[in-house]
Design a protein around this ligand. Sequence first.
Ligand SMILES: [Fe+2]
Length: 362
Amino acid sequence: MAISETLSGQSVLILDPDAQWMSSAAKPPFDRAMVVSNAECEIRIQGVDIDVAEHVLRDMDGRRALQDIAASAHTDCASLIKWLTPMLENGVVAEAGMASDFVTPDTFTETCRRVFPLWKERLFSHPLWTSLAQGSAPRDVFLGWLIESYHFIEGVTIRLPMCIAACRDASARAVFVRHFAEEYDHRHFFLSALQAAGMGAEVARRRPLPGTGAVLNCMREAARHDFLAYAACSGFLESTGADRDSARAFFARVAEHYEPTSRGIVKPMVAHASLDESYAHGLFLEKVCRHLGPLPRMRADRALQAAWSLLETLEFWSQDILEHYQAYPPGGERRGYGVRAANGGSWHDRDLSSSVEEARSC
Ligand SMILES: [Fe+2]
């Protein structure tokens, strides 16, 4: 990356999204120190107020000039430039003015909106979804899809908190916190659907399929690396415009095939989609990006790759549901993966000893 001859108060810097920092407590005769690192190097910062340094690192989002950051951190710009210069020379921070290395948040969201419909078309061409829409999937597969959908929705309690915990941008974090407040209890829609289908709390307590766990892990992994990657995954999942019409049509066809006389199973899922729509969750990605400055091209690429990984993982998920529930009906004992509820408790604390024996005998 090209570097300006000198930094000035007007310079606008952005911290490498992969950079980590760690500060130490003061140990006489040494001052408090901080180590900032990325994949290439480690920079030790000493002899400056570490609280101020942390404040500055958090503010370097590619939107604010150094003089404004200095003012908000109650420090002088000259000393800021002194300790930031080695970081710039070593690529831990970059100048946001180097346009070719950055994309605007609008460009990023527009790219997502361009590719997501194509990706969704691919996902919903999977035999699980087409057979459910056509009514050719066995009822057990329909029930299995309900169960795993419940687990995925319930899993918001383990994926979104990871994003909130890892997000260093206060404005973006507020968007994730609000999203969690709106989503954390949406499992009840799917629990109602399960109960209407003759299942309920007992089934909900079962461990989800590995494919469902993989989807949750995929999103947790994205969240741990970068909240933008999580936002891209979430943006892919949320329905927008034409997607919403397709989702409604899908639910109507599923209801027609699997509960022709009542609407007690699919109705809660339709109600859930409507509630999310009233929260404008379709614009979640845009809500997050509204708070961001120029995005390093590599960061935007990685976020898009995370959403692509989610697409692939959702295909594995679809295949897992289709194969597992055709072989092992939801009402029976789960085999194949060797996990079953031995104590009637939650899937977090079940006895796996029988599964180990079962695996040994294979
Ligand atoms: Fe929801």
